[in-house]
Design a protein. Structure first.
Length: 196
């Protein structure tokens, strides 16, 4: 089975995440997309970050009607801080019959050359890149990415919804319901999340 890994803090997951994940799984050779919830980075400020398992619950609620999109807590079980290259090795050992690809925005591709062992990632895995409003600037460092046969640029919808925007507007008592799957909104509202 061909699995696309879509990493994120999903704090909270919103319709933009689902639009991208669904587009990628429906318009590429991938069989499933796994939404990999990244655990709290001990070096980052946790003030605005929900508990790991609450964010995972939200991803479960958001994806329950999408049979090709699955939540994943795989990184919760790995030593922190974690690197994508280590997660990929772990997954390949755990699921030897699957092949794993990465899904990322063009903005992340810009800094891929700064990732730990990025050459190993590209050598062993396909990468599906979705567009952002500010498309990638061609630099000497990333020019090779544009021409690499392992990197696929997808003609996906450009979605500019951010979890930060949603959190800030919940704090201001603004209605953000249209930006969230219904059950995600109900969970956030019922549990009074992101109010402080």
């Amino acid at each position: 089975m061909k699995i696309g890994l879509y990493f994120g803090s999903f704090n909270p997951i919103h319709i933009g995440h689902l639009i991208i994940a669904n587009h990628v799984v429906e318009h590429t050779a991938l069989d499933q997309v796994w939404m990999v919830v990244t655990p709290h980075n001990p070096l980052k400020n946790k003030n605005t970050l929900l508990d790991d398992y609450k964010r995972l619950d939200l991803v479960f609620l958001a994806t329950e009607h999408y049979p090709k999109i699955k939540p994943s807590d795989i990184e919760f079980k790995l030593p922190q801080p974690n690197y994508t290259v280590n997660t990929l090795v772990h997954l390949q050992e755990k699921y030897p019959k699957h092949t794993f690809s990465l899904i990322m925005g063009e903005d992340n591709l810009k800094s891929l050359n700064k990732w730990k062992n990025y050459e190993v990632i590209i050598q062993n895995h396909e990468i599906y890149v979705y567009p952002r409003v500010n498309s990638i600037a061609i630099t000497e460092e990333n020019k090779a990415f544009k021409d690499n046969s392992k990197i696929h640029f997808i003609d996906a919808p450009i979605v500019e919804i951010s979890s930060t925007f949603i959190r800030e507007n919940i704090q201001k008592n603004k209605n953000v319901q249209p930006l969230l799957p219904a059950k995600v909104w109900e969970y956030i509202d019922h549990n009074n999340l992101y109010k402080k």
